[in-house]
Design a binder for this molecule. Structure first.
Ligand code: KIV
Length: 300
């Protein structure tokens, strides 16, 4: 091989080597924090089973959240309040089987971290030990910071969640934009500071004005992940079922639908139903055959 060819080959090889390594590499907490420092936006989506998690992971999404939103979009509850630890662990285990490279965050359900610090640590630990998650998320600001500290001290990375916190939506006056007046905006800013001081590695900002999320994002050194919080957050998260159009009950105004799968699923199911009823499906193409002499033996 000529010298210049060897150089081109080794250059190309090293680019593929680096790219390949970057694409296959499992995201770490440090990677997520570094993305904020380098100005790289962070992508996050929900998944509750291995097949969705696998598709999302393969698309290169940085973080996958097994959100307690599964109560609404999968389990048919009217809120996230009834979701249990066992339900969250069941779905987190499934999602983790589909993950190769995304950072997997398990959402702590209502009443799994409020009763006592020791119960909160034990429940958070189950997401890592039993379900294969890399971190947990819990809702609340300043008032949950002692709990966040205790969980982080036990070696479990914690993501905070402030603004509209669905587990306590009734106390917030329903599913409404939060932090619109000066007092509540100041409280949210303080909550973000306190969560950072308590050791949270990032914070979800849900349904707050874009100006407030910009201020919070500039104030804290940890990444902010927005949902209905405008473009200035360090990253964005959406409920996958909302953004692929699989949940028709309610579509929040901050969601962009990148696909509209529910009508396509209904159309496919209706076509199958018709074909089964009319004997059109299955055809020979979808059937197995046996040798004629064996068939004859059976018919003797
Ligand atoms: O449960 C969930 O899916 C969430 C996201 C909306 C952030 O908490």
């Amino acid at each position: 091989m000529k010298t210049e060819n060897i150089e081109i080959f080794s250059h190309t090889f090293s680019i593929f080597h680096v790219l390949g390594a970057a694409m296959d590499k499992k995201r770490t907490i440090q990677d997520i924090i570094t993305m904020k420092k380098s100005g790289e936006k962070i992508s996050m989506l929900t998944a509750y089973d291995a097949s969705f998690a696998g598709l999302i992971d393969a698309a290169g999404i940085d973080m996958v959240l097994v959100g307690d939103s599964l109560g609404n979009v999968l389990l048919g509850y009217n809120s996230t309040v009834p979701v249990t630890m066992e339900e969250m662990l069941h779905h987190s285990k499934a999602a983790s089987r589909g993950i190769k490279q995304s950072l997997l965050v398990g959402d702590m359900p209502f009443m799994s971290y409020q009763v006592s610090e020791s119960a909160a640590i034990a429940n958070a630990g189950r997401f890592l030990k039993e379900a294969g998650c890399d971190a947990v998320k819990l809702e609340g600001g300043t008032e949950v910071c002692e709990t966040v500290k205790a969980i982080v001290k036990a070696g479990i990375p914690v993501m905070g969640h402030i603004g509209l916190t669905p587990q306590t939506a009734s106390q917030l006056g329903g599913y409404k934009v939060q932090g619109k007046d000066a007092d509540s905006a100041r409280r949210l800013l303080q909550s973000a500071r306190d969560l950072e001081a308590a050791g949270a590695f990032s914070i979800v900002l849900e349904c707050i004005p874009a100006q407030l999320s910009e201020l919070i994002t500039k104030t804290v050194a940890i990444p902010t992940i927005g949902i209905g919080a405008g473009k200035h957050c360090d990253g964005q998260v959406l409920v996958t079922h909302d953004m692929v159009g699989m949940f028709e009950k309610f579509i929040p105004s901050f969601v962009r639908q990148y696909a509209n799968l529910a009508p396509q699923i209904k159309k496919a199911v209706a076509a199958y139903h018709e074909e089964v009823k009319n004997g059109i499906f299955p055809t020979e193409e979808h059937s197995f055959t046996m040798q004629i002499d064996i068939q004859n033996l059976l018919e003797e």
